[in-house]
Write a protein that binds this ligand. Structure first.
Ligand SMILES: C[S@@+](CC[C@H](N)C(=O)[O-])C[C@H]1O[C@@H](n2cnc3c(N)ncnc32)[C@H](O)[C@@H]1O
Length: 362
């Protein structure tokens, strides 16, 4: 093999194609390291401390059989989460003052993983995506091309929603993550978007256990809310003042309202299914200014390479779970909406990566 002159003998030179290739196959490691720190409650331990903590101090708060060894393991877990910006590392003096040792702290990213921070924790989302349920599905990604079945279905022999009905532990991890996603998005939506202020009856289609509509009805108490989802999901939904829970199938029909909210539902579905759902929405809206508000991550002409990489990753997760589910650009959503008769499609970009699409039935 001829040596490339840029491979100048430094093994760990990231310009070295061999190292880059091997490193790209290691991509799952930070995700599992992050999961380990969450399961150990490291973000919570660090949040309770005013100062960065050494690994030795952290393990004192854990029921470790061998604390000295555990501190060593923990350093190695924490160290690969420094460059991605998940935890911070600084040097502090050792107890004898003779040298320095590493101390770890939270960054704005890991602050979002603190369990008891009910307003802002994103821990359930990180727990869902680092769950073996997803990684087992991804082992079958290549076969999905050959068999035209979702990797998840190939792994478990069931579709995602069949699996939910049978495996309550998977369903609860998923619902916790959806509830968490809703808290994050709805917090932005109720503060920055005033498009629900004239709504009388709002139907949240595929609304899960009602987290999103709960926020909207609390912000606009004049709204009558209808939370619509599969009967198996609705049976676990808690009572919410001002909201009726209705079970059903959005491919058949959905309850009537003057505004329909569809958050993170269309990306679970292929174009044909989206057209069926949007037609059900169209039917459920009144003739004059009935409105659909879609909440999805979308790409547009201003998207950066990082935005595209994030959306492409989410897109592959949709493929892995639902096969036909996919992420779309604003233009692609516009095509779906206009072919169902919707007009005046508008992209509304809010802060923290939250995007909405509005469209009207005239
Ligand atoms: C990704 S979740 C989004 C939940 C919620 N909108 C949110 O943003 O957190 C998709 C929702 O669609 C519901 N769903 C799937 N198929 C459905 C169907 N045929 N009819 C009604 N709801 C359905 C699921 O149960 C799930 O709650």
């Amino acid at each position: 093999m001829e040596l490339d002159p840029k491979n100048d003998g430094k093994l760990l030179n990231m310009e070295n194609d061999e190292i880059r290739m091997i490193f790209s196959a290691f991509n799952y490691v930070p995700s599992f390291a992050l999961r380990a720190t969450m399961l150990l409650g490291i973000p919570d331990i660090l949040a309770m401390s005013k100062e960065p903590m050494t690994a030795e101090n952290i393990v004192q708060r854990l029921p470790c059989k061998n604390p000295a060894a555990a501190a060593g393991y923990l350093k190695r877990i924490m160290d690969i989460l420094i460059v991605p910006g998940i935890y911070s590392r600084s040097l502090v003096s050792t107890a004898d003052g003779k040298s320095h040792e590493a101390a770890y702290g939270l960054t704005p990213v890991s602050r979002l993983l603190v369990k008891d921070d009910v307003q802002f924790t994103l821990r359930p989302i990180a727990l869902l995506h680092s769950n073996q349920f997803f990684s087992v599905g991804f082992q079958h990604l290549h076969e999905s091309l050959l068999e035209d079945r979702s990797p998840m279905e190939m792994a478990f022999g069931k579709t995602f929603y069949e699996l939910h009905a049978e495996r309550p532990e998977i369903s609860s991890v998923f619902q916790d993550a959806m509830t968490c996603y809703s808290k994050y998005w709805m917090n932005v939506i109720v503060h920055e978007y005033d498009g629900f202020k004239n709504t009388k009856t709002l139907v949240d289609v595929g609304g899960g256990e009602g987290e999103s509509i709960n926020h909207l009805v609390a912000a606009y108490p004049h709204i009558h809310g209808i939370n619509f989802d599969l009967p198996d999901v609705i049976k676990n939904a808690p009572p919410i003042p001002g909201v009726d829970h209705v079970g059903g199938n959005f491919f058949q029909s959905i309850p009537s309202g003057d505004t329909i909210f569809l958050k993170m539902v269309l990306h679970n579905n292929g174009d044909e299914e989206c057209l069926m759902i949007l037609k059900s929405c169209y039917e459920a809206l009144p003739e004059r200014r009935g409105k659909v508000v879609i909440g999805e991550h979308v790409l547009d002409d201003d998207s950066t390479d990082d935005d595209v990489q994030f959306l492409n990753t989410l897109d592959l997760i949709m493929l892995s779970v639902f096969l036909k589910g996919r992420e779309r650009s604003f233009e692609a959503y516009k095509v779906l909406l206009t072919s169902c008769g919707f007009l005046d499609c508008k992209l509304v970009k809010l802060s923290r990566g939250v995007t909405l699409i509005e469209a009207y039935k005239h």
